[in-house]
Design a protein around this ligand. Structure first.
Ligand SMILES: CC(C)(COP(=O)(O)OP(=O)(O)OC[C@H]1O[C@@H](n2cnc3c(N)ncnc32)[C@H](O)[C@@H]1OP(=O)(O)O)[C@@H](O)C(=O)NCCC(=O)NCCS
Length: 331
């Protein structure tokens, strides 16, 4: 087996994406895997000069076949001690050391880039999936355990309007609005502050991450990246005295819009207690139903310790569907 560098312009990249698709199909057979287009767009973003994320890809090749796929993400503006590892081995090639060889390579690249810790996520459709045993085998520690919850759409109208009426009464001074793909210019500075707060306010357990640096340029970079990936993003926001103080995002892959992904939801600390989390979520769900009725399901991830967010999600009808763990190891 050889480990070779690859990128979206390389002839092997389609097979590299194929390993991810096969791995996701095996682990979550009821879901469509991430389309290759998303891997390509992310790969191109990593080599764009001036971007907030750099990185590289490796393919494990046996004979002519790509059997393992590694992507290493290296944040540039903040968290420069960390390397994020995405790793998958084709189901037919597992338990032969392919994953271990790619992980060793990841450690080498990360150390050469001056990183002192690696972080990786393990999707857990069932309790104790291979990724957990693999991470433990390599001496990684589990720093954060989250639950995944799914919401089947459409949401029952009575449930939605009851929640909306209740939430509205708790925060009459706030105006709620929605937008798609591009944050209005007048709110972009505030949206950057919310991005910064989001990086530290959501529970992150012992994951070795620090506050992210967000400005308007990074907001615009992020918006362009979602469009390049073939995703549209619906956002609900709460405004008081012209300032954006809360937001919630939904990401919809346009090629396969049946399943949407909940993005960030945050209420600035000083504006909590007015049910704004529920209000912006209801607003964005209504916008989704009106403009993208093809979406059948939304998935979200939360630490169980994040009781306020879990309570809003359960009130909306989200139900548990597996988990996600985050692991790290010092290099
Ligand atoms: C996790 C994954 C990358 C492992 O790849 P792999 O090539 O099968 O791993 P290796 O053969 O190098 O396994 C190394 C050790 O990890 C442990 N391990 C790996 N898979 C295991 C499993 N299914 N059950 C129990 N232990 C397992 C074992 O200790 C194994 O050593 P052994 O085979 O000598 O007992 C692969 O199962 C996969 O792609 N899973 C889906 C994506 C994922 O979870 N990525 C992990 C992100 S860290």
């Amino acid at each position: 087996m050889r480990i070779l560098q690859t990128d979206p312009d390389d002839a092997r990249f389609a097979a590299w994406c194929g390993v991810w698709a096969a791995s996701q199909r095996a682990d979550r057979p009821d879901e469509l895997p991430r389309p290759a287009r998303e891997h390509v767009a992310l790969g191109r973003r990593l080599v764009e000069p001036g971007g907030s994320m750099a990185g590289t890809h490796r393919a494990a090749v046996a004979g002519d076949a790509v059997v393992g796929a590694l992507r290493l993400l290296l944040p540039v503006r903040d968290n420069t001690a960390v390397a994020y590892v995405d790793l998958a081995v084709h189901p037919d090639a597992r338990r032969r050391g392919v994953g271990s060889a790619l992980l060793e390579e990841a450690g080498r690249i990360a150390a050469a880039a001056g990183r002192t810790a690696m972080v990786a996520e393990v999707d857990e459709p069932v309790p104790d999936p291979p990724g957990r045993a693999f991470a433990r085998h390599h001496g990684w520690t589990c720093d954060l355990q989250e639950s995944r919850r799914d919401l089947a759409l459409p949401v029952d109208e009575d449930r939605l309007s009851a929640l909306e009426t209740e939430a509205r009464a708790a925060g009459e001074d706030y105006e709620v609005l929605t937008w798609r793909d591009r944050t209005p210019d007048a709110l972009a500075e505030d949206r950057a502050l919310l991005g910064r707060r989001m990086s530290t306010d959501a529970p992150s357990g012992d994951v070795p991450v620090e506050e992210e640096h967000w400005d308007v340029a990074r907001i615009r970079e992020d918006e362009a990246a979602h469009l390049a990936r073939g995703r549209t993003v619906l956002t609900g926001g709460a405004v008081r005295d012209g300032r954006l103080v809360a937001y919630s995002e939904l990401h919809v892959p346009l090629e396969e819009p049946e399943r949407a992904h909940q993005g960030a939801t945050l209420v600035l600390r000083e504006h909590r207690g007015h049910r704004l989390g529920a209000r912006v979520k209801v607003a964005v769900l209504r916008e989704l139903a009106a403009t993208l009725p093809q979406v059948r399901r939304i998935s979200t991830y939360n630490a169980e310790s994040n009781r306020p967010m879990v309570a809003v999600n359960e009130a909306l009808g989200f139900r548990r569907s597996g988990g996600l763990s985050t692991w790290s190891r010092r290099i």
